[in-house]
Design a binder for this molecule. Structure first.
Ligand SMILES: NC(=O)c1ccc[n+]([C@@H]2O[C@H](COP(=O)([O-])OP(=O)(O)OC[C@H]3O[C@@H](n4cnc5c(N)ncnc54)[C@H](O)[C@@H]3O)[C@@H](O)[C@H]2O)c1
Ligand SMILES: [Zn+2]
Ligand SMILES: [Zn+2]
Length: 399
């Protein structure tokens, strides 16, 4: 079958690989009808999240049809249409039962303190082969798949594998209450769903910060008040537009590949960011205009801490590697902030969001901008990596 395979930083390929087989009674095999490319995949190719294993199939978003189930998968049968939560969890440990699926004690073969288990990630996350392929092995399949109702087509369902739940998790951790003023750094696909989720939670005002026109435009179409950080200082503008108080809640939907404005990339601040990049991504391997690490890893967090209201809540869903050490803890402490973060507990939110998609309360397909055959995945990756105008969320269809 065809799959997108990680070879080294700056080198991914579409290749012929062997089909997966059931190994344990709790496994299932799913024939994928859709996958997608996520900002997280870019960190692995830019080298800002390291320790990928050569030969790992990339991708952690998938919708498909169950082809085979192991003898201990009692709630699915061949032919069921399912969405696959990006993170892998056993479903029976105390963490899973409490909804902390990403802190599962059993799913990660590296042990219970190794971190979140997920598809298509680095050594520490499994590694598990990913979902940008034709068929995938689903471990702990009785909780590792969720049935998709007929009313929800693939273009909607694929958004529920990772990015809609993540945006919703971000809004949930930001403790948005009706009327709150919220700011979201990053208007990539995850940021767009953070905006949509803040709306579902009845935020009073929503600000969205990025520097890419088509992404800011999509945010504006969702009703957000947008700020282009290439044109203006986002901290100053956020404070000015909120009576010098700042937003009650801020969501970081940027992560380690954050970039900064021309102005900040010069001088002392620029030197500091340069050091951060050298430390975080020493093996970066850019080719022409692709696979460049962001030039200011801690920029979104710094702006967020400066802009947020005193006693506000910061929610971090942008991904940072465990080795990332840069965070303005002194300012955060002195402002009495509450800080939440983490990988999304996808399995907790997917059933709730499927209902919203089914009822039409929200149309997740609105964030999808590109549909590409798996055969053209590498070119699609390049366009998404360059953040070409209009390339916001890319769905991949095998076959
Ligand atoms: N926590 C989770 O479970 C989870 C799940 C999915 C994705 N993620 C992470 O969420 C982040 C976003 O994912 P995505 O798919 O939307 O990626 P993306 O790369 O498409 O989006 C990031 C956006 O941030 C913007 N940006 C860069 N620097 C900025 C800054 N200083 N201020 C404001 N905006 C800035 C970029 O222009 C871009 O539009 C990534 O780090 C990804 O790994 C986390
Ligand atoms: Zn993702
Ligand atoms: Zn568990």
């Amino acid at each position: 079958m065809h799959a997108v395979v990680w070879h080294e930083i700056g080198d991914i390929r579409l290749e012929e690989v062997s089909e997966p087989q059931i190994k344990r009674p709790t496994d299932a095999i799913v024939r994928l009808t859709s996958s997608a490319i996520c900002g997280t995949d870019l960190h692995f190719i830019r080298g800002t999240v390291s320790d990928m294993v050569e030969g790992t199939i990339l991708g952690h978003e998938g919708v498909g049809v169950v082809e085979k189930v192991g003898s201990n998968v009692r709630n699915f049968k061949e032919g069921d249409r399912v969405v696959i939560p990006s993170t892998i969890a056993c479903g029976y440990c105390s963490y899973c039962r409490a909804g902390y699926y990403t802190q599962c004690d059993n799913a990660n073969p590296n042990g219970k303190d190794a971190g979140t288990a997920y598809y298509g990630g680095p050594k520490d996350s499994g590694p598990f082969n990913g979902l940008q392929c034709e068929k995938a092995l689903i471990p702990f399949a009785s909780v590792g798949m969720v049935k998709v109702p007929d009313e929800v087509n693939d273009s909607k369902a694929i958004m529920l594998s990772d990015i809609f739940p993540t945006g919703y998790f971000g809004a949930d951790m930001a403790r948005i209450k009706p009327g709150h003023t919220v700011a979201i750094f990053g208007c990539g696909p995850v940021g767009q769903f953070a905006i949509a989720s803040a709306k579902l939670m009845d935020a009073g005002r929503i600000f969205a910060i990025d520097a890419i026109d088509s992404r800011l435009e999509m945010a504006k179409n969702q009703g957000a008040e947008v700020i282009d950080f290439a044109e203006e200082d986002p901290v100053q503008t956020l404070r000015e537009l909120t009576g010098e108080i700042g937003p009650d809640c801020i969501i970081d939907a940027v992560g380690v590949d954050a970039s900064t404005s021309e102005k900040e990339s010069r001088g002392k601040e620029g030197e500091k960011f340069k050091k951060e990049v050298e430390e975080i991504a020493p093996k970066a391997n850019p080719h022409n205009s692709n696979w460049h690490p962001g030039n200011a890893p801690s920029q979104a967090l710094e702006w967020a801490i400066k802009a947020i209201a005193k006693a506000g809540t910061l929610s971090i869903i942008g991904v940072y590697p465990p080795t990332m050490q840069y965070f303005p803890i002194g300012q955060a402490m002195n402002k009495n902030l509450r800080i939440n973060g983490g990988n999304c507990n996808h399995r907790k939110y997917i059933p709730i969001l499927l209902e919203k998609a089914k009822s039409g309360e929200i149309d997740p397909e609105k964030i999808l901008t590109n549909e590409v055959n798996l055969a053209s995945a590498i070119d699609a990756y390049k366009s998404f990596d360059k953040r070409e105008e209009g390339w916001i969320k890319v769905m991949l269809t095998p076959g």
